[in-house]
Design a binder for this molecule. Sequence first.
Ligand code: SF4
Ligand code: FES
Length: 243
Amino acid sequence: MSTPKGREIIISALKFNPRSAVSKPHFVDYKLEETPGMTLFIALTKIREEYDADLSFDFVCRAGICGSCGMVVNGKPALACRTLIANYPEGKLTLMPMPAFELIKDLSVNTGKWMDAMSKRVESWIHSNEEVDIAKMEERIDPDIADQTFELDRCIECGICVASCGTKLMRPDFVGPVGLNRVARFEVDPHDNRTHEDYYELIGDDDGIFGCMSLLACEDHCPKHLPLQNKIAYLRRKLVALR
Ligand code: SF4
Ligand code: FES
């Protein structure tokens, strides 16, 4: 029995190599046949294997875990490996690299470099004066507090909230929803001895907590459904009292 033919789809991808003196940004259309359950990751892999070995994009896990496959799909940032072609009835997907990050080539951007700078900027590690004795039993932690910390730790650093953020696009030094989420994660963790005054020093300005215009796209697009706007509003309430 022959397999029924899938519909023809068109993937239109932006191609540009910023390191080449002759490269200019342009779109290339690739026509291919949709297969059952096809994700954008599968489609891009097929394109690279069969039509254009030069097309650059990133992926590692193919399961929405590593956060490396973010790109702009029909105007909205999304993970390629979690994007089902069947959800695009018009059969045409236009792909661009995520803004706000350094472009490596085509659809590949350097989110790692940005996340590293953000982590240093918000001092993304436990600040404590207590000596750690690894021979001692770990201290118990209230399960509710542990849940709250783990909830915010689910961030996969994909950068989709940053690429979705109007403030970030207008204000290049804005720490971004992911940066504010990181502060919220340590604020809730009783192992971290930092005070609200300390957090104010880090993010108490328009490039930090007071820059967010509550446009909500970060939370709408976050593939992990993190409560970004709730946490930003909470931090803003706490820190505005110190102004
Ligand atoms: S907060 Fe969500 S969208 Fe932003 S980097 Fe983390 S997982 Fe990605
Ligand atoms: S390939 Fe890892 S999140 Fe998409």
